[in-house]
Design a protein. Sequence first.
Length: 416
Amino acid sequence: MKVKNIWKRASFLLAGAALAMGNVACSDDNNAPGDGGEIIDEQEQTLQLVTQDYVEKTIIPTYRGMADATMELYDKCLALRNAGVGNITSDMVQDACDSWEKARRYWELSEAWLYGPAADYNIDPHIDTWPLDRTAMENMLNNEQQMNNMDEDGVFISTLGESLLGFHAVEYMLYGMDENGIGTGNPRNVNLYTTQELIYLTAVAADLRNQCVRLEVSWADGVSDIDQDKWDLLTELELEPTRQYGYEMINSGQLGSTWVSYADAMQELLVGAQDIADEVGGLKIGNPTGHGEEDDPDYIESPYSLNSIEDFTDNIKSIQNAYEGYQIGVNGNVADDYIQPVDHSLSAYINSVAPDTDTRMKNAIQAAIDAIQQMEEPFAQTARDPAYDAINQAAIAACTEVSNALTEVMNVIAQN
């Protein structure tokens, strides 16, 4: 199960908030909108624009893409259930796999900002815990009472343990495995499905959809239009957000906002990015290879779809999106209809005050992407293969450099 470095996050944000308060100055006549008259300095003026673009063009569109993809995924899983055992076609399972991969990409592209509702509502572990507890899954599937209570909207299934929920439960039901239990990356054999599995698949896909819609609405409320059917879904399930996270971040420093300044918001961005850089290197790659925080060969993310390397790559691209803005032609077609290039990036600001730091940061991101893409699937096999050890360790080292470069960027913001 994924573990976040909560103490590191808290210490960085407290330090960043304290230092950011020093950015409120009386050196000019520029006021933050709706601030009641207090004057902000040049860094705050610039970071205000960066923050607005970050929320409106990166965070919200990424979650919107994921929410839409999981709604599509649910519909395709429901179609499998409605077809029933013996009537499912390979094309139907392939279609569901395609939707899973689309939704999965958006989730991995969002992991640089797992603060806010992803943490407050416990959504991250709820939808992205691995490895699956396959023994508990079999017990559940054979429990007639549990299966009779499992509904199509995912309400009952949300009471299950996290190791039976989320992306990886759906993945397990959609993709095949070979005789050694290694994922094939291909759609599952249609003749293997049972009625109980189709019930479970649909319910867990519904629960995944519900949580992803909640993420989008939590950030978009008060900032951009939201489809009424998404509001209706959350209202019916009593999952309406309790805060307007995007609105609060765009209005950092204002009454009611969690973020005391735009510098504080940017420190949050950087800590979130550093969290995922450390997780990719130290846990996602490190644990299975024996070079991480724990020696755990079973700690393989997305093992059935053979999506592990893609997951790791997209996690680093999520840092790129947060720091530089979406890079057309780099991050792939999945984002073309949602995530947008920004007009004001944190990278551009850092380049204006500390160009060497910005160069180091961008080079580290690209080097990590390149190093990870040298790795090979199935990661369940190559993680411990001596032939890939140097490649895997190089990827870990590249992630460490991303983390170190992010610390340098944090220091630049704190000192300006």
